[in-house]
Design a protein. Structure first.
Length: 277
């Protein structure tokens, strides 16, 4: 039996947002900002930015949309190429941090709301980007990304992540720590197949990293819910690992980027995606 794109949609649907997402991300905004801001300088060396530079995906007048932009980490790096930046997120508290980062760029726009309700016009942007967001969780979402882009679309996902200290915490507690549901390689499998069956020619590029990282005790305590007994045990473990309040860990990380050119659709013709209509 020939598979359709709807057979692959289930791989990305489990990443759907829920009614409590805005509240959750508002609550996580401060700890997320503090944790990621420490890495912002080295963030500029991330694979995604090397790819953008090497492929010359952005020009001085490119209009960029970041779906689920969060605290503006990517937007602040995109600003090295173009000032015409738009970010949208469901968390107003995340956007407050992004506003501060982009305060020196008058052309930048930040929108609080649902991106599917906001962007409905064809060819609004030269580059549509989404990283680690549950906002891209259906065929309709992918179709809309393609529709509003004049040229390029990019999805970035962390598909594997391991931290040596977190592994020790899991062994201590006898359970797995919280992992974001979109850290799943099957998502990339599903999204790539959907795009292929729509008539595009998406590339998947993989970046593998093994590195030594430094975190504070607070970094490991934030973002995970512990009961009182667990909290005491984890704090004891972390204190034995820390030197002057800093813990060194070995981190393994694999990221996958799906990049496609919406001009491919013009080449293969409208019939290739007639099942979407």
């Amino acid at each position: 039996m020939e598979l359709t794109m709807y057979d692959f949609e289930r791989y990305i649907q489990k990443d759907r947002d829920d009614a409590h997402a805005e509240h959750m991300w508002d609550n996580k905004s401060e700890s997320f900002y503090k944790r990621t801001e420490k890495k912002q300088k080295q963030f500029a060396n991330d694979f995604v930015f090397h790819l953008i530079k090497d492929r010359q995906l952005l020009k001085e007048d490119s209009n960029v949309l970041d779906i689920g932009c969060g605290t503006g980490r990517h937007l602040s790096e995109f600003a090295a190429y173009t000032p015409y930046l738009t970010g949208i997120d469901i968390s107003s508290k995340m956007l407050a941090y992004a506003q501060e980062k982009l305060r020196h760029i008058p052309q930048a726009k930040l929108i609080h709301g649902n991106w599917m309700d906001t962007f409905t016009t064809e060819n609004q942007f030269d580059f549509v980007f989404a990283c680690m967001t549950p906002a891209i969780a259906s065929i309709d979402n992918i179709k809309r990304m393609c529709m509003i882009s004049k040229k390029y679309c990019m999805l970035e996902r962390t598909v594997y992540e391991k931290d040596s200290i977190e592994e020790e915490i899991e062994q201590l507690l006898g359970r797995k720590l919280f992992r974001l549901p979109h850290n799943d390689k099957n998502y990339v499998y599903g999204a790539w197949n959907i795009l292929w069956l729509m008539g595009y020619y998406p590339e998947v590029l993989v970046d593998k990293q093994v590195r030594t990282t430094s975190h504070s005790i607070e970094d490991y305590m934030h973002g995970t819910t512990y009961n009182d007994e667990e909290k005491t045990a984890v704090m004891q473990l972390l204190n034995t690992k820390a030197q002057d309040g800093i813990i060194t860990a070995k981190e393994s990380l694999i990221k996958a980027i799906i990049l496609w050119d919406t001009d491919d659709w013009k080449i293969v013709g409208r019939n290739s995606i007639k099942t979407l209509e």
